[in-house]
Design a binder for this molecule. Structure first.
Ligand code: ATP
Ligand code: MG
Length: 419
């Protein structure tokens, strides 16, 4: 039996990896432009970090975590998402002294899920977090960064932004009471999962994927009807900020997000172009989380973007920049190989992508140059070497010219933008 990758994991290479890195690098660069700094937290943490940070009743904690005891008998968990670890770090590294703190991360997360297209057990997320900033302006800026990221990837017109508010603690409590009252009337129709949610965290019912639950949810009370003045004003400020920036959105009063710690703004960017797994980026404000993990009363807001889903999307839409086209360095005879290697070395130092073709006869070497889709070939035989020149052949037009070896780097400038 050949060895296969573990279920829900995949090898990412070739054009898939190009798409993946296009998404990740675009996100990193953009976040820096918004004044964010990178952070890498460990891939595993004490299980407690996620139980407290994500919430016992969330899907993640209740059924998706990769938890294990190490040889010392302590319980650890492979991180299922990025926020809890970043907040743990914010507290344990003493960053609370220096707020606001703006951090971004990218890396693998692990969830025991039923694998399908766009849903993996090792998934990859890019995320940002702002800690210690309570104003609606921060929500607007974070949403703007998310919108710009989708713009930089070229997918803005394929996504819609859904926005909601969960209000502050008193508003959320009032809403919770209303939901319990409503759903209690339908206990006989609710799914088993939602019956548990009704006891532990009724808001979570709104996130249910069960068809029967969905029908009941349609007529459930709406959060917007239970907001106090302050929460309503906050939500209006966020919406008006988005309008000023020209960022389109729809308010979805059913949007609650899976995690326990959200307050006020919650949002998702959803596409219809990926089938069932349409949410490509999601986040919200999590005032209360820092305290829940043992820190001070610091507010927070952030988002997590699914790199896997975004890379499938940009690939399917043909938006991934082309692979760089190499320059093929082709020695005519075997005796010319060492000199050609030296030329290739110097061109690589000058920043060119160069691929040597030294196997087989001349025809095989030129075939290789075509196979790798080289933009041009540099040819050198003994005559040329004696004259101190090489022949540069444009492989698209077939045109060729002789160039002095010491002028080669400059002469190849026209190919730089293909690389
Ligand atoms: P879903 O409802 O699809 O399970 P979620 O609410 O669990 O999503 P989040 O925890 O908000 O997802 O994660 C942020 C983003 O990470 C998602 O919007 C999605 O793009 C991506 N993501 C989440 N789970 C997976 C997964 N198993 N495989 C691939 N991408 C994922
Ligand atoms: Mg999920």
């Amino acid at each position: 039996m050949t060895i296969q990758p573990a279920r829900g994991t995949r090898d990412i290479y070739g054009s898939d990896l190009r798409a993946f890195l296009f998404v990740e690098q675009t996100a990193r660069e953009l976040a820096k432009r918004y004044g964010f700094d990178g952070i890498q937290t460990p891939i595993f943490e004490s299980t407690d970090v996620f139980c407290r940070g994500v919430g016992e009743t969330s899907d993640i904690v209740s059924k998706e975590m990769y938890t294990f005891s190490d040889r010392g008998g302590e319980s650890f968990t492979l991180r299922p998402e990025g926020t809890a670890g970043v907040v743990r770090s914010f507290i344990s590294e003493g960053m609370e002294q220096n707020v606001p703190v703006k951090l971004f991360y990218a890396g693998p997360m692990f969830r025991y899920e039923r694998p399908q297209k766009g849903r993996y057990r090792q998934l990859h997320q890019f995320g940002v977090e702002v800690l210690g900033a309570a104003q609606a302006q921060t929500d607007i800026e974070v949403l703007c960064l998310a919108w710009d990221l989708l713009g930089a990837l070229g997918v803005q017109k394929y996504v819609r932004l859904e926005l909601n508010t969960l209000g502050d603690a008193p508003s959320r409590d009032a809403y919770r009471t209303a939901l319990v009252e409503y759903f209690s009337k339908y206990k006989d129709q609710l799914s088993e999962d939602s019956l548990v949610r009704l006891e532990k965290n009724p808001l979570r019912i709104l996130d249910s994927k069960d068809e029967g639950d969905k029908r009941l949810i349609e007529n459930a009370p709406k959060m917007t009807d239970y907001l106090n003045e302050e929460s309503r004003a906050f939500f209006e400020e966020v919406q008006s900020g988005l309008n000023t920036l020209g960022i389109p959105f729809v308010v979805n009063p059913r949007l609650v997000r899976g995690l326990d710690y959200y307050r006020h703004t919650v949002f998702e960017f959803i596409t219809e172009s990926l089938g069932a797994q349409g949410t490509v980026l999601a986040g919200g404000r999590y005032d209360g989380l820092v305290q829940q993990l043992g820190g001070s009363a610091q507010p927070g807001i952030g988002f997590g973007a699914g790199i896997d889903r975004l890379s499938i999307l940009v690939q399917e839409l043909g938006l991934v920049p082309n692979a760089p086209r190499a320059i093929a360095a082709v020695p005519v005879g075997n005796e010319n190989v060492p000199e050609m290697m030296k030329i290739a070395h110097e061109l690589r130092l000058a920043g060119y992508v160069v691929e040597m073709a030294y196997s087989g006869n001349m025809s095989k070497r030129l075939k290789k140059a075509n196979k790798i889709n080289a933009c041009c070939a540099i040819l050198m035989g003994t005559d040329e070497f004696d004259k101190g020149v090489v022949t540069v052949r444009n492989l698209d037009s077939g045109e060729q010219k002789e160039v002095k070896i010491n002028e080669l780097s400059n002469a190849l400038n026209e190919y730089r933008n293909l690389q």
